[in-house]
Design a protein around this ligand. Sequence first.
Ligand code: SF4
Length: 93
Amino acid sequence: MSNCPFFGTCKWMGRYSANGGARVNHLINNYCKGSYLRKCVRKKVAEKLGGREFIPDNMQPDGKPAKGTSDSEWSDEVKEIVRQMVEPQSVKN
Ligand code: SF4
């Protein structure tokens, strides 16, 4: 399984991977390097809204806000994409 093409430039990775602990490593191993790669909600947001600039920095690949953050500043369009994707596909943490 190859890594995500955005592995080196993903803002969530850049901001949260260094100090995220086991929970973040679990997400990286499952989504960014693993079998859930095609299910990354960040990638889906970029695809549906037309660019990576629409992805909230604090959105995890499973569509949840990073630990200690919230989705309060996410657009309604982003929240709708999350709502459509997250429940059946999120990885248990
Ligand atoms: S979070 Fe998503 S977009 Fe970012 S590196 Fe992982 S799979 Fe790619």
